[in-house]
Design a protein around this ligand. Sequence first.
Ligand SMILES: [Zn+2]
Length: 218
Amino acid sequence: MKKLKNLFDNNRLWAERTKQNDPDFFATLSKQQNPEYLWIGCSDSRVPANEIVDLLPGELFVHRNVANIVVHTDHNCLSVMQYAVEVLKVKHIMVVGHYGCGGVQAVLNDAKFGLIDNWLRHVGDIKEKHMTQLNAVPEEKRLDALIELNVIEQVRNVCRTNIVQEAWLRGQNLTVHGWVYGLVNGHLHDLESVVTCTDEMADTYKSAAQRVFDRNIK
Ligand SMILES: [Zn+2]
């Protein structure tokens, strides 16, 4: 197992199956990619982007990191966004969190894991920003609420990048979405944090965040 033969076996079987379904699949795909979507999601192994929305290779441009965070100085994420928006001309960017996110849970529980605590500090800032309202959420729903809030905040971060701002100034058709994936049933939930232009940013952020508390504070 030193060379992970099982994974290579899986790969060959997958390639064979794919080719049987569409003999031109790899030949066509190797020439170009033309995805309409950029998925910014969590690295969690249970949230595989393409499978969840049942899209084939070539249909989804993907960036994943722990807790699906968009930081204005993260050149990795920003480079993915810039290439996706300016070169591939994707029409949609979706920030996709997931219930049961270990990264967000660590923040909520003040758990310490080392280097990653610095990365998760960005979620810690969101927790502190909404502390008063989060404290009003019943304890059993607080993790869900922070996971949803994190997505809504990251949608706003995406919208605020010069990449998206300039795309909208150019009149490029680009919509930013905020979704959450449910590990227990495989369903995606739309947080209705949909932004298509700069003018919509503030109202969308406010109403989406308010809905989180309306849903979770009963
Ligand atoms: Zn996660």
